[in-house]
Design a protein around this ligand. Structure first.
Ligand SMILES: Cc1ncc(COP(=O)(O)O)c(C=O)c1O
Length: 820
């Protein structure tokens, strides 16, 4: 595919480098166009109805079933397709339907002695490769709950058990006889490393090659998890003897999501048991008696309820796209493998100045054999000292370059353990220390808890690989991890609180120099500092006694004599801080991460008139009452950073205004003050009162001007004021402080308010946005990661301790007293 065609077919990629095809590959424009035209030119009714439109649906679905089987080189003679919600749905169906028989234990020690060792193992075995997706490992719990024995084996153990010279069940004696049905599950391709596991394992397992290792005869069935494999490789079911093959269609052609299949051999399917029946699954049943007759065809019996018929129809267009646009699966396989090999070879050659390697790979091959390796590269980055660069930090840097990739464990803890050398004890200890799947805790005790994964799809271009390689060269060759003692350490690990060199007790002699609030989440700040309320770009609007505003030209220093700018403390933070947010057409809150122009929207609070005024260059300001109340029917639950909040819509006028400024449909919402926001960490808010506004993490954010000035040294071309603005603090403190001294504080007093430090503030690429112009520069985030090491933190998060605070406001010039 040439770049021009790529742009036409994948306009969603115009700004991005997409390297997460293993997560999901992308759909093409023509695929969706053909699908929508199919839907609007044909009347597809519910297939369970009996009329022309439903017959058309039934016939089309039948065609799609045949087409899918043909794609995998088989037919309805030997195989059956059961549509599911995805690979996971297929695996769950298999786990719940498999006839697990319980391990028979000898009833007494004597009997045990008489019967020999093997008799305790006569039940079913669920044997699975360690390098399996979570959705396969979860089957273990169903198997064990039904009394089966679960055995997890490493790739090496399976390889030697299933090697051509290993012995079969016919050749080994002394094993316990069992009529039990056993299941072996392994992936066609690891979603972690891209390693392709041999198709011949299937036949060898069925011939009893695992029996000796597991100490038991029996009937072996094989589940080949094809979810990752079939996204870029052919699968020939005419030669592969797997009984059950789960897959998800979005991994093959991006759309539809929520549809997958269990492709099963017809001779294996009868073993699956099923109790529940839904609409369409039975030929007859009684509502009052336990009488029912399952439908004869396997898929009819196993697909309960109305099938997702429009999604199934979309599969046809997906398969067409693979043929017509991508040139068929063999071409896809070769093209993606070539890109992975090219990228791997170049990454492998990256060296720091001291000749040490930049990348540590997690793979079993050197990308020379397409039969053994898929187009996935999994790795971590090392600095010149051989220390790991955390994957969370890597991900944030990649985001600056609009490179989309996946980090973490990719739902494959087994492979993670194998490649990263994590023991079971470490996994448990990491969990106890607070690390959960999908979080940002990427390095624990110097060891990575996950990795970075890039993966190619049929629409990937060599140019994508080159952007990625340049990103690697620019950012990680000779990468410095900052080795300052004060460098970012999680709050829980921070030891000393007060600086040892501090001479004058707990008073830092630092003062509050700026108070900022952000009435509309992610929009411009409203600043409360000596006289100046906020920047207006063309002019500076000034605050006198909180309400009276004058323009810059009228300013004279005398105007402010005796004025101490202050701001009230509310129950959730600074009064009116983050009380409003802008939501997209889809109802998702918008932030500068996606819409940098939001910083050009300037909200101001006028307490005297009781108005929120929103301005933006070239627009007439718009005013809203501060005390706008919701009516019951307008309340909506919204998610803000995974917490649930309740908001209400502020009406059409302001939404139209914002839509015009941002150039996309959006609405303004206000938080309902009477609804307790449920915090991610404390699911139940004790007092029942909302303690957080629409902030991301905590009530207040404090930064130090000294730390900002220190950081400024690494950023030529920036100035202190605009650099501080990028950090979007509520409190800026200045005074005789050491850079980053605030990182060690745990508790502090500002005026009569006592604050607990809840954490260091972890930064993301939002600090790339120049708050005056909405232009984005990469250097800020990049330099911060260099300066601050593994976690790009800057500033501290505060929560006001209600019981210990007596004040009702904060004012500029208040002294900062460190209590702990
Ligand atoms: C190998 C493998 N198996 C199973 C799954 C689960 O697929 P789904 O989430 O579509 O059900 C995935 C998803 O990434 C996978 O890569």
């Amino acid at each position: 595919m040439d770049p021009k065609q790529r742009l036409q077919e994948f306009p969603q990629l115009s700004d991005y480098v997409y390297l997460d095809n293993t997560g999901t590959t992308l759909f093409a424009k023509s695929q969706i166009d053909k699908f929508t035209s199919d839907l609007t030119s044909n009347l597809y009714g519910n297939p369970h109805t009996r009329c022309q439109s439903s017959e058309l649906t039934t016939d089309t679905i039948d065609q799609v079933r045949s087409r899918i089987l043909r794609y995998f080189h088989t037919s309805q003679d030997s195989h059956c397709i059961i549509f599911t919600s995805g690979s996971t749905g297929a695996l769950k169906l298999l786990a719940e339907g498999f006839p697990w028989s319980p391990t028979k234990e000898a009833s007494s020690p004597d009997e045990k002695n008489d019967r020999g060792v093997g008799d305790d193992q006569a039940g079913s075995i669920f044997c699975y490769l360690q390098d399996n997706h979570t959705s396969v490992v979860g089957m273990r719990e169903v198997a064990t709950a039904n009394g089966a024995r679960s055995v997890c084996l490493s790739p090496n153990q399976i390889s030697s058990a299933l090697s051509p010279d290993s012995i079969t069940n016919h050749e080994c004696n002394g094993l316990s006889d069992s009529n039990a049905d056993h299941l072996f599950a392994y992936p066609g391709q690891s979603n972690f490393s891209g390693c392709k596991y041999p198709a011949k394992w299937t036949a060898m397992c069925k011939n009893g090659h695992l029996d000796k290792l597991l100490g038991c005869h029996g009937n072996w069935y094989v589940a080949l998890d094809a979810a990752s494999l079939v996204s870029t490789s052919p699968l020939d079911l005419s030669i592969c003897e797997a009984d059950f093959v789960p897959l998800s269609f979005y991994k093959m052609f991006g759309f539809p999501t929520g549809l997958g299949a269990l492709i099963a051999r017809k001779d294996a399917l009868p073993i699956l048991q099923k109790r529940y029946f839904g609409g369409g699954a039975v030929m007859a049943y009684s509502a009052t008696q336990p009488f029912f007759v399952p439908r004869k065809l396997f898929h009819e019996w196993f697909e309960d309820g109305t099938p997702p018929f429009l999604d199934i129809i979309a599969v046809r267009h997906g398969l067409d796209t693979l043929e017509c646009l991508a040139g068929g699966i063999s071409s896809i396989s070769e093209h993606t493998f070539y890109l992975a090999k090219y990228t791997f070879d170049n990454l492998k050659s990256l060296r720091h100045s001291n000749r040490k390697e930049v990348v540590e790979f997690y793979c079993k091959t050197d990308y020379t054999d397409i039969n053994k390796q898929g187009p996935i590269i999994c790795f971590n980055v090392l600095n010149p000292n051989g220390e790991y660069v955390g994957y969370a930090q890597f991900q944030k840097l990649a985001a600056l370059y609009k490179i989309q990739l996946r980090t973490g464990c990719f739902c494959n803890i087994g492979a993670c353990q194998l490649f990263l050398g994590l023991t079971d004890e470490e996994i448990q200890a990491n969990y106890e220390a607070g690390h959960v799947c999908g979080d940002d805790i990427d390095i624990i005790n110097g060891k990575p808890s996950g990795a970075v994964r890039i993966s190619f799809g049929y629409m990937s271009l060599k140019a994508d690989a080159d952007v990625f390689l340049n990103f690697m060269r620019d950012n990680f060759v000779d990468f410095k991890l900052y080795n300052d003692k004060r460098k970012s350490t999680p709050h829980t690990e921070r030891g000393c609180s007060l600086d040892e060199n501090q001479t004058d007790g707990r008073l830092t002699r630092a003062k509050l120099s700026q108070i900022c609030l952000y009435p509309i989440k992610s929009c411009a700040a409203m600043k409360v500092y000596i006289g100046i309320q906020r920047f207006d770009r063309d002019k500076v609007t000034l605050l006198v006694h909180k309400t009276q505003t004058v323009s810059f030209g009228e300013v004279s220093p005398q105007l402010f004599s005796g004025t101490v700018p202050n701001w009230e403390i509310g129950p959730q933070g600074l009064m009116y801080d983050r009380q409003w947010m802008i939501v997209s057409e889809a109802g998702v809150f918008l932030s500068q991460k996606r819409v940098p122009r939001m910083c050009l929207i300037e909200p101001t609070i006028d307490l005297e008139t009781g108005l929120l005024t929103i301005s933006s260059k070239g627009m007439n300001p718009i005013h809203l009452p501060l005390d706008m109340e919701p009516n019951e029917s307008s309340l909506e639950i919204k998610n803000v950073c995974a917490d649930r909040c309740q908001t209400f819509d502020c009406g059409d006028a302001v939404s139209d205004w914002l839509t015009e400024v941002l150039g996309q449909n959006c609405r303004l919402h206000k938080q309902n003050a009477n609804y307790a926001r449920r915090r991610r960490t404390e699911r139940i808010d004790v007092s029942g009162v909302s303690k957080l506004s629409l902030v991301n993490v905590d009530q207040y954010l404090l930064i130090s001007a000294t730390s900002t000035a220190d950081f400024l040294q690494s950023l030529p071309g920036h100035d202190l004021e605009t650099l501080m603005d990028r950090f979007r603090a509520n409190f800026v403190i200045s005074g005789p402080l050491e850079p980053f001294q605030e990182d060690g504080w745990r508790k502090l007093r500002i005026g009569s308010n006592v604050f607990e430090v809840t954490d260091l503030c972890m930064r993301c690429r939002m600090i790339s946005v120049d708050q005056m112009t909405a232009g984005e520069t990469r250097d800020t985030y990049k330099q911060l990661t260099n300066r601050r090491g593994r976690k790009a933190t800057f500033g501290i998060l505060l929560r006001r301790l209600e019981g210990e605070s007596t004040g009702s406001d904060v004012s500029v010039e208040m002294e900062i007293e460190v209590l702990e």
